[in-house]
Design a protein around this ligand. Sequence first.
Ligand code: GLA
Length: 373
Amino acid sequence: MSSDGMRRQHRFFAPGRVNLIGEHTDYNGGLVFPAALSMGTYLTVTERFDHFSCGFSSDNEPKAFTLCGDALTERQQAWVDYPLGVFKEFSDRGWSVEGYDFHYSGDLPIGASLSSSASIEMVTAVALNALNGEPFTMLELVQMAQHAENDFVGMNCGIMDQFASGFGKKDCAIALDCNTLEYEHVPLEMRGLKFVIANTNKKRGLVDSAYNQRRSECQQALETLQPYLEADNLCQYSMEQFGQLSVHLSGDVLRRARHAVSEHTRVKEAIIALKNSDMACFGQLMNASHASLRDDYEVTCPELDFLAGKAQQFPGVLGSRMTGAGFGGCTVTLIAEDQVEAFIQEVGDAYELQFRIKADFYVAEIGDGAGER
Ligand code: GLA
């Protein structure tokens, strides 16, 4: 408590992200190209009257928690596991925070492939870091947040989402090499274009197990190919090398690996296209990415295929693809600004007629990464 008896309060924010291209390449040591959104998770941290427990509540969740001692680093099988996983990361390194209320709110749709989980983890990480006097760098916080999701929550995700939330920059996409963690902010010079996100609002079930299965299929492909040509990860193989090696693979494992290698190549081309302001080329690569995720990686669904397919035929659209893990969630479409309104109206109506669910649309605003706000 401060000397004037007021309870100290801090507010933090961590954004969600939209991945422009480069899906399921992060855990294959490849390139990704996400951008942080202006939508995300806010966390208000308020000093409590006691100095040993922590309260957790959220505008988006009915259940609140008051926890202390070991319970602050133990799974509760509830939404609070996302913050608690990060508490455990701090505690494992000898840092603790007690005597605060953590209240979460935000404007990011939950579980819609825009990294709501990563934004909760990252906002918790920057808050705990600030309350402890900033012992960790942003990269360390990103790695701790990813580790929390892998080990505590049980989703074997790559580093893209937490990285994008931590390292976002206004009006820039992040070209990240997930093998070396080298990255570059690439300005999004939109020249009369917009990225529009369409949320299928399809309830996703069992995403974690299907995701983890894709990861192990890629690992299996890598282990099969390594004796023929040494590599640390699938994205180290060029398209040409993979073409020769692929005789040693078959079925699902072949198709999963083919997606990883081809998607990595597409990201490389997309980054160059964006730097050259060749938005038509960027859009074609987005379309090719969607096709590969549908046919080889098999992580789309009828709702995503419908939205991307309708978009790809819509006047003024340069490209459209699913974004994030897949199985539901969102598409992202590169479209001429003056067509956005008609697009939202017409594609939205067609979607509702087909699936009896309303899609939600957001015109993407690209913002800064996590921090105190
Ligand atoms: C999820 C994961 C990321 C990444 C994407 C697919 O968002 O959290 O690490 O693998 O799926 O590109």
